[in-house]
Design a binder for this molecule. Structure first.
Ligand code: ZN
Length: 140
């Protein structure tokens, strides 16, 4: 049952992605690529006063990679850089099956928990988060 619910959330984000598109400059742009699956995620980011005021993504790839990017934009918009770093850690740990404790604060991201059973898909699910991490390095 839980797996079906998770799959439904992933498909919903894939079919109706949140935060899909590009930002007008000035912006930070970071491209991410997962060669094992052919997934591409490009993140546009605007950071003002230490806070992510807007974030968009575009690209192409499998449903997990694109759904994860959609969840990422929804989760980090309006967050401080410290909060975004914490979310990156939590989301990647969740995907790898290494997150202990409370998942509920993660919202739809929790649907990525099922990916742990498919090691070949872990890079699909973490692509957007690793790309965001690289994008944030441009801020500091
Ligand atoms: Zn993929």
């Amino acid at each position: 049952m839980l797996d079906e619910l998770y799959q439904a959330i992933i498909l919903d984000h894939y079919r109706q992605p949140r935060g899909r598109g590009e930002l007008e400059p000035p912006k930070i742009t970071q491209e991410g690529f997962n060669p094992s699956c052919g997934d591409e995620v490009i993140i546009d980011l605007r950071v003002e006063d230490g806070r992510i005021t807007d974030v968009r993504f575009h690209g192409h790839g499998c449903s997990i990679s694109q759904a994860s990017a959609s969840m990422m934009t929804e989760a980090v918009r309006g967050k401080t850089l410290a909060e975004a770093h914490a979310l990156i850690q939590q989301a990647t740990a969740l995907v790898k099956g290494e997150l202990d404790g409370d998942f509920e604060t993660l919202g739809d991201i929790v649907a990525l928990a099922g990916v742990r059973y498919f090691p070949v898909r872990v890079k699909c699910a973490t692509l957007a988060w690793h790309t965001l991490e690289e994008a944030l390095k441009q801020v500091e």
